[in-house]
Design a protein around this ligand. Sequence first.
Ligand SMILES: C[S@@+](CC[C@H](N)C(=O)[O-])C[C@H]1O[C@@H](n2cnc3c(N)ncnc32)[C@H](O)[C@@H]1O
Length: 267
Amino acid sequence: MFFADIAPLKSLDERLRQLADMNVPTPAIERRRNLLTGLLKAVSEPSLALIRERDANLIARDIPQGWFKYLDCGYFIDHNLDVAEHLGLIGVPPLAILDIGAGAGHFAFVCTSFGHDATAIDVEAPLLEEIAAAMGVSRRIARVEPDARLPDFDRKFDLVVAESTMFNIIGWKWRGPLENDLRKPPHAFDRYWTLAQWHYLLADLIDNQLRYPGRIYFHLNCEIHHGEHRCNTELLNFCAAHGAVVRHEGGGFIDWRLTEPVTLAPV
Ligand SMILES: C[S@@+](CC[C@H](N)C(=O)[O-])C[C@H]1O[C@@H](n2cnc3c(N)ncnc32)[C@H](O)[C@@H]1O
């Protein structure tokens, strides 16, 4: 990653200048800088500037879950370029990708820029919608509910991604920038999906959404139980027992390559 800080007030021009001024010690890093520069130039800075101007007071209040951080397309596209590289999505034939809880669609933007067909699903959240529009991403509104099948998207996916998951927080909904402040109730998150509810989603993905060979890649957010940050070890162990590669860092990572559908053990 080139950018270390999240700065919602920084314009894309500032990000581009920062990039241009960076010391690039190797041709590989130079190539990555060129890739990122090209991506940032494709985003509409005037659209982002309008939001920054309109919401300046709110942005200044630095509300953790106000999502204004996502205005920093420089930072989030940089981050998602890393994710795309990690997943081997650059310079490969087009894939059908489903991004669950896609936020403002930075990952979908990166994927689309590399020729993939990305479906970005999320809940209604006007600010995220506006940021997505600045990147030319269209978010599809589809709320992931426990024990309910995802919609039929009229296609199967090669890759299903969820980055920084929140759909597994029971009862979470977008309440607007101020009300989304995690420091205030009702956001004492301590009710998360059970393993049985995860099982339902995973079985739905495997049976109804993936084509094969297929891949599921989840980067889980930490769960907060009684103020303590934890990763869902039970879920990670369950996926590992079915062949996924998992990491227990932060909230945890699940990287699951499937050559064919698997039947999940009952829980
Ligand atoms: C922490 S953000 C991550 C966004 C994006 N994946 C990223 O990494 O930038 C979590 C996202 O999950 C979405 N979300 C929360 N509950 C959801 C649900 N039940 N169904 C779909 N999306 C949900 C939120 O609106 C938000 O965009």
